[in-house]
Ligand binder design. Structure first.
Ligand code: GDP
Ligand code: MG
Length: 210
């Protein structure tokens, strides 16, 4: 495992310096299956798609369904099928980067395979990770999967529109703050658009300032 992680880290360092030299911000979206990564990308492309030059890497086990959902935005999209693998790694990212014209990109969003564990362990060479969680998953996720919440530059709590869950926001926040006291938290609904303005402002700032 250590050898695998070391090899991954070396390639991730190469990817990171290449992207830095090209001034491309790479955002690694990590969540459980169904938390709302693709929906967040849909809303984000609608809002900031005309302000930035965006590319997308869709990590998925077998299908290209998420990529097809995003096709209408006419941005370059590459699918990586992991064929059973539960996360992307820096080698797979490095292989697909030549498919993009990096001189023509400001930001590259990577939708990782839905899983809270392995994607947190494998550095892709991203500029930063984002943790996406949803209210239907329960409020205990930061405590149970601390690595992601420690490393993420921001946390998005999605599906705040859904009533009838027993999600306790205060417990979630207490857990999160014990792990990462300062990480920005956006409480959003991607389907109802609640709270998205704060997210859009934040991500625009990150892309501008990086
Ligand atoms: N009620 C509600 N449903 C949502 C929200 N965001 C996403 N969904 C739904 O949750 C399901 C999974 O979303 P998706 O974006 O595919 O999740 P992914 O697997 O993380 O990419 C879809 O049916 C979405 O329409 C939200 O904010 N509220
Ligand atoms: Mg998806």
């Amino acid at each position: 495992m250590k050898n695998i992680l070391d090899r991954n880290q070396n390639k991730a360092n190469e990817v990171r310096s290449l992207l830095k030299s090209k001034k491309v911000v790479m955002v690694n979206l990590i969540s459980s299956p169904g938390a709302g990564k693709t929906t967040l990308l849909e809303r984000t492309l609608e809002e900031i798609g005309s302000k930035f030059r965006i590319g997308i890497i869709e990590g998925d086990i077998t299908t290209d369904r998420d990529a097809r959902r995003l096709q209408k935005f006419n941005v370059p999209i590459v699918v990586i099928n992991t064929e059973g693998g539960c996360h992307l790694d820096s080698h797979s990212i490095s292989k697909v980067l030549p498919s993009f014209n990096l001189d023509d990109l400001d930001v590259l969003f990577v939708e990782n395979v839905g899983n809270l564990i392995c994607p947190s362990q494998f550095d892709l060479g991203e500029t930063f990770k984002l943790a996406v969680v949803s209210t239907t998953e329960g409020d205990d996720k930061p405590g149970k999967y601390p690595m992601l919440f420690r490393e993420a530059r921001a946390v998005l709590l999605n599906k705040t529109d859904i009533p009838y869950t027993n999600f306790k926001l205060e417990s979630f926040k207490t857990d999160l703050r014990n792990i990462n006291a300062s990480v920005p938290l956006f409480e959003i609904s991607c389907t109802k658009s609640d709270g998205l303005k704060g997210w859009f402002d934040w991500i625009e700032g990150q892309i501008f300032n990086e």
